[in-house]
Design a protein around this ligand. Structure first.
Ligand code: GTP
Ligand code: MG
Length: 526
């Protein structure tokens, strides 16, 4: 079988036929096929343990909130992670969204312009809205995942602005693992698209990670369309028009060149996205923007800027994305991302399943600490109740802040999350360092929801044929890049996870070694 056939044999079911259009560089195995491989273990019910929560500390006296404050339950909430190669314009676009939705005033922008200029980073002023710490502003690079909120008529959005630099991929993983949809920002500037798309570029790594981490819908925004190397800017055209018009009909040529560049990017991205497991027709859309100029973001492009684009703007596209939400009736699970002290202990995280209410008695797993919900906040607003997909701050009684770690899970007391030090998983090997072989004893860093933990592969159980999805080799000793293998994985500390088939978001993970993602996996038995 030649290389192209090999690649196609790894195509996912959900992805469309790519008609043989494969970039020869794209021999990375596809990820969704892997997702689709049947979980052959019988479905095990998580054992229900009825545990009454007994708060240790006295509940804080906080007045209950009014019913009308639970208005949020009427408008859907989506977490959008901004991903893509370093400097693609994620923070600039995020900042522009906040500016255009009226959350940042002109004076603040002027202040950022001055600050950016003082730091010799003039063009970064919009990014400063999202990049709030000094290190990020000095270097012009996002480090921590930035968070912000904005609303359209139908949806409340939380923006998670991930870092693009390869050193901060673990932070990107944590952002993407909380997201429902992804905005993949690609720079159209000459040379920049190419570097991001190359092997080792973060455009590729982020797409593959997003798919594995459960980001099912992608909006690909082709950014920096205003850049002189791309050029749709009306003003630029007007300045140079006299000269150009003497020679050829420049406007036409410019638009033609601009749409060529856009088409080139789209045509290169589509096969790669399909290969990474996305059904491009159903789950992906493309649109051109200029994050810096704020074009095609809140309102549609004016014909004078761009004659060839008739499609929607970013806000419209985000609004129209449909995402199945988690089940509000299932057992409550909220992995803890962060914690702090504020009139008690406050934990932050995204509700992965179930519903939380004021006064609920819950467990903090894996330590089985009984806690009581004293107050729930969405952004700055206190609410009585919150369901799947919401990013919350929850004030708890019954636990001290120092007894918590990120990766712990706030969990239903009657039906708590499973805790393990070992599990069985199906792994898809992406790219091992120096083409190493993958065998028992292989050590890596496991990323599963908000857990980051050293792990070791203790046994390879069987190899699976990506085409037939059937086991092909029992008692396999080693596998290479692209293989799918069932194996036993061990961690040093107890962690909270679930079977992928029960709670996909809590049962999918990535393995990284020396800063590179080497495999993606799903837990099949615990
Ligand atoms: P990381 O956080 O480091 O991954 O980068 P980022 O993707 O957040 O990029 P950022 O928003 O910091 O922008 C990087 C550079 O690209 C800055 O100089 C921006 O001014 C520039 N930039 C971003 N969007 C646009 C755009 O639409 N047009 C032009 N011309 N430049 C842009
Ligand atoms: Mg950034």
């Amino acid at each position: 079988m030649d290389l192209e056939e090999d690649i196609r044999s790894l195509q996912l079911d959900s992805a469309e036929d790519i008609n043989g259009v494969v970039n020869p560089e794209d021999e990375k195995p596809d990820v969704d096929n892997f997702d689709k491989i049947e979980d052959e273990d019988p479905k095990q019910e998580v054992q229900a343990q009825s545990v009454e929560a007994e708060p240790k500390a006295k509940d804080k006296e906080i007045p209950p909130v009014q019913d009308e404050e639970d208005e949020h339950m009427k408008k859907r909430h989506l977490n959008v992670v901004f991903i893509g190669h370093v400097d693609a314009g994620k923070s600039t676009t995020g900042g522009q969204i906040l500016f255009l939705s009226g959350q940042v005033d002109d004076r603040t922008i002027q202040k950022y312009e001055k600050e950016a200029k003082d730091k010799s980073r003039e063009s970064w002023y919009m990014a400063y809205i999202m990049d709030t710490n000094e290190e990020e502003r000095v270097k012009g690079k996002t480090v921590e995942v930035g968070r912000a909120h904005f609303e359209t008529d139908t949806t409340r959005f939380t923006i998670l602005d991930a870092p693009g630099h390869k050193s901060y991929v673990p932070n990107m993983i944590s952002g993407a693992s909380q997201a429902d949809i992804g905005v993949l920002v690609i720079s159209a500037r000459k040379g920049e698209f190419e570097t991001g798309y190359e092997r080792g570029g973060q455009t590729r790594e982020h797409v593959q990670l997003a798919k594995t981490l459960g980001v099912t819908k992608l909006l690909v925004v082709v950014n920096k369309m205003d850049d002189p190397t791309v050029n749709w800017s009306k003003e630029r055209l007007e300045l140079s028009l006299c000269l150009y018009e003497l020679i050829w009909n420049c406007k036409e040529i410019s638009y033609w060149w601009c749409s060529i560049r856009y088409d080139e990017i789209e045509s290169k991205m589509v096969p790669f996205l399909k290969q990474s497991g996305y059904n491009v027709k159903k789950d992906v859309s493309f649109l051109p923007i200029s994050g810096l100029m704020g074009l095609n973001i809140k309102t549609r492009l004016d014909k004078s800027h761009c004659s060839w684009w008739d499609g929607p703007c970013l806000f419209e596209s985000l609004d129209s994305i449909e995402v199945p939400m988690g089940d509000p009736q299932s057992p409550f699970r909220m992995p803890i991302i962060d914690k702090f002290k504020d009139m008690g202990t406050v934990v932050m995280g995204k509700v992965e399943s179930g519903t939380i209410k004021d006064g609920d008695s819950l467990l903090i797993m894996p330590n089985k600490d009984h806690v009581k919900v004293v107050a729930i906040y969405i952004d700055e607003k206190r609410v009585n109740i919150a369901g799947p997909g919401e990013n919350l701050r929850v004030r708890l009684s019954g636990i001290e802040e120092e007894d918590l770690l990120s990766g712990f899970v706030l969990s239903s007391a009657a039906n708590p999350i499973s805790t393990v030090t070992e599990f069985v998983a199906q792994l898809q090997i992406l790219e091992l360092l120096d083409n190493a072989i993958f065998t028992a004893g292989y050590k890596a860093v496991l990323h599963v929801h908000s857990v980051v933990e050293e792990c070791e592969i203790v046994e390879l159980l069987e190899q699976i044929d990506p085409k037939t999805r059937k086991p092909i080799k029992k008692k396999v000793l080693f596998v290479k890049n692209g293989a799918i293998v069932l194996c036993r994985v061990q961690v040093n500390n107890v962690i909270c996870v679930e079977k992928f088939s029960d709670f996909p978001q809590l049962g999918r993970f990535t393995l990284r070694t020396e800063g590179k993602t080497v495999a993606v996996g799903k837990i099949t038995a615990i």
